[in-house]
Design a protein around this ligand. Structure first.
Ligand code: F0G
Length: 360
């Protein structure tokens, strides 16, 4: 075809889109599933509630359904570049789903360490179907991460958790995309925090864009944790973290120090939200904005709602809230509060359906 709008340029993935801004080995060949380029969706609901302008950075639109793909394209590309045959991660589910997909693409063997009994079914399915070997550990995420570090230290397997700084190089591209879209950094950036790599990466990206003059300011960073796993709020590790938002069930975040720096340097802070607040925000977001996220991903929205209820203001401000992963990853938790899923059962008959729907 020679006429018409085709071929359009396809988004190349975060390494090729931003290569000159990322600290990666020269000549690195990217292992990519065309991650990144995710939508910034305007929230009429939260804009109306705040009197500011609220945008959702919808990271579910990445290839494996979470923000982890941004860092994983970088980590797996470097692992392959350095000759690794196998890669390992500890995970509450999303990192392992992402690692398994990118390892498959790169021809590496993925080894996944997960905490006993706490991984959402969708994420498990991803790791299994992409061909990962799954080792369940009698312990929590923090124990899994210790194990992953030990394996990578003593055996020929590359660690791709966010303690690997290459991950943050990929993940910081989310900040670049936000500034590229909005024309400047937002006033505030809110997001869920678990192992704390993401908030550290966003802050790296915002700082870099400000230094390059691509943004005139940096946002105030506000991180939200689940009440039962809120070490950055209390200042103490949680030996037995517990929350329905299993993705952020982390008691001793690896990027603790970097996350504290991000909050401090941006004049931001950490706060905790309850599971009830998280699950309520998940449903409201789905019903008002049409965006279905997994429980952990709703922590930023829950945090904003809690702040508004406490009388804080975002009036006149531009706010970005990252929603980190897709609702389809954990349908069991999403449906827990809903009793009967089916409202009516009818025969295949228009009159009967109309009567059941209250139309007749
Ligand atoms: N939201 C989701 C959906 C996550 O999966 C995670 C982390 C976070 C937020 C928190 O991000 O750790 O960078 O502060 N999940 C990790 C995992 C722990 O193993 O998938 P963070």
């Amino acid at each position: 075809m020679t006429s018409g709008p085709w071929p359009r340029r396809q988004w190349l993935g975060v390494i090729e889109e931003y290569r000159d801004l990322l600290e990666l080995p020269a000549g690195l060949e990217a292992v990519t599933l065309r991650e990144g380029g995710t939508p910034l969706v305007h929230s009429e609901w939260l804009t109306g509630l705040t009197g500011g302008q609220v945008w959702l950075k919808v990271e579910a639109n990445n290839p494996t359904g979470s923000f982890k793909d941004r860092g994983m394209t970088a980590a797996i590309s470097v692992a392959r570049h350095e000759g690794a045959q196998a890669v390992v991660c500890a995970s509450t589910g999303n990192t392992s789903a992402s690692m398994a997909a990118y390892a498959a693409k790169a021809g590496l063997k993925p080894l996944v360490l997960i905490p006993e009994g706490k991984i959402a079914a969708g994420k498990m399915a991803q790791a299994v179907v992409h061909g990962a070997q799954i080792i369940m550990v009698r312990g929590n995420f923090d124990h899994c991460l210790d194990l992953a570090r030990g394996l990578a230290r003593d055996y020929p397997v590359a660690l791709v958790n966010s303690v690997n700084p290459v991950r943050l190089q990929g993940q910081k591209t989310a900040s670049f995309e936000i500034v590229d879209f909005l024309g400047d950094a937002p006033d505030y950036h809110l997001l869920p925090v678990g192992n704390a790599g993401n908030i550290a990466a966003y802050w790296l990206g915002y700082q870099q864009y400000a230094e390059l003059g691509r943004a005139s300011r940096k946002p105030v960073m506000r991180g939200f944790q689940a009440e039962g796993a809120a070490p950055l709020v209390t200042g103490e590790p949680f030996p037995d973290p517990e929350t329905k938002a299993t993705a952020i069930r982390v008691g001793n975040p690896a990027s603790w120090h970097l996350a504290e720096m991000a909050a401090k340097e941006s004049e931001g802070r950490f706060a905790a939200v309850s599971d009830a607040q998280i699950l309520a925000a998940q449903v409201e977001l789905a019903r008002r904005d049409g965006v279905f996220v997994e429980p952990a991903s709703a922590a930023g929205v829950a945090g904003m709602l809690a702040e508004l209820a406490a009388g804080q203001s975002y009036a006149g401000k531009t706010v970005v809230i990252t929603v980190t992963g897709h609702g389809l990853k954990d349908t069991a938790t999403a449906l827990e509060s809903f009793g009967d899923i089916v409202d009516n059962v009818v025969d295949a008959d228009v009159e009967a359906a109309a009567a059941a729907a209250g139309l007749a």
